[in-house]
Ligand binder design. Sequence first.
Ligand SMILES: Cc1cc2nc3c(=O)[nH]c(=O)nc-3n(C[C@H](O)[C@H](O)[C@H](O)COP(=O)(O)O)c2cc1C
Length: 196
Amino acid sequence: MSIKIVTICGSVRPGNYTAMALELAIDELKKTPGVEVTPIRLESLDLPLPGLEAKNPAAIEQFQQTVASATGVLLASPEYHGGISSPMKLAIDNLGFPSVLGDKPVSILGVAAGVIGAIKSTEQLRAICAHVGAMPLPLAVSIARVQQVFDAEGHCLDAATEKYIRRSASNLIDYINHAVCPKISLEAILREREAG
Ligand SMILES: Cc1cc2nc3c(=O)[nH]c(=O)nc-3n(C[C@H](O)[C@H](O)[C@H](O)COP(=O)(O)O)c2cc1C
């Protein structure tokens, strides 16, 4: 069984640091056997504000289907004004009501320029995920002073922080392997027994 992970980058700023951090998590996922990764960049989606008609409904449908078919999701948001970014909130608001994020294990990665890190945005994201019925993982990875962690080309300058960022990916896979996959196998066994 292949594990499908969808990642969403919550910054659309050219040269943004959230994508640099997320790139390490994506690399970690790609290195893991049996894992398929679909990175979603919001700048190309032209998401409508909630309640307004989409300019490209097929793209929104595709976005929802991609998330719906994922085994798990990794959400990476910058901290903007003490909360998650508006692109990240808009992405979640475009995932349906009820949300296709419901039931998904979600790993949260937060990136901030400030010294306290992305504490407020990761907590907010955790609350929103729980509210829509998703399963946010207990450990949210928050990166502080991100401009000192990466150079302008996106190279990570601190080995310990790189390891920590990669955990946002490996924790999600561990959770899926230990909690989600056994549940799916058990359900399949029970269904087979009932059928036989
Ligand atoms: C609108 C806006 C608000 C921001 N508010 C905060 C903040 O509250 N706390 C903080 O540490 N950094 C704040 N920042 C800085 C971002 O955390 C910083 O740009 C960081 O690189 C992550 O964003 P990025 O992925 O867009 O680069 C803000 C940046 C923008 C554009």
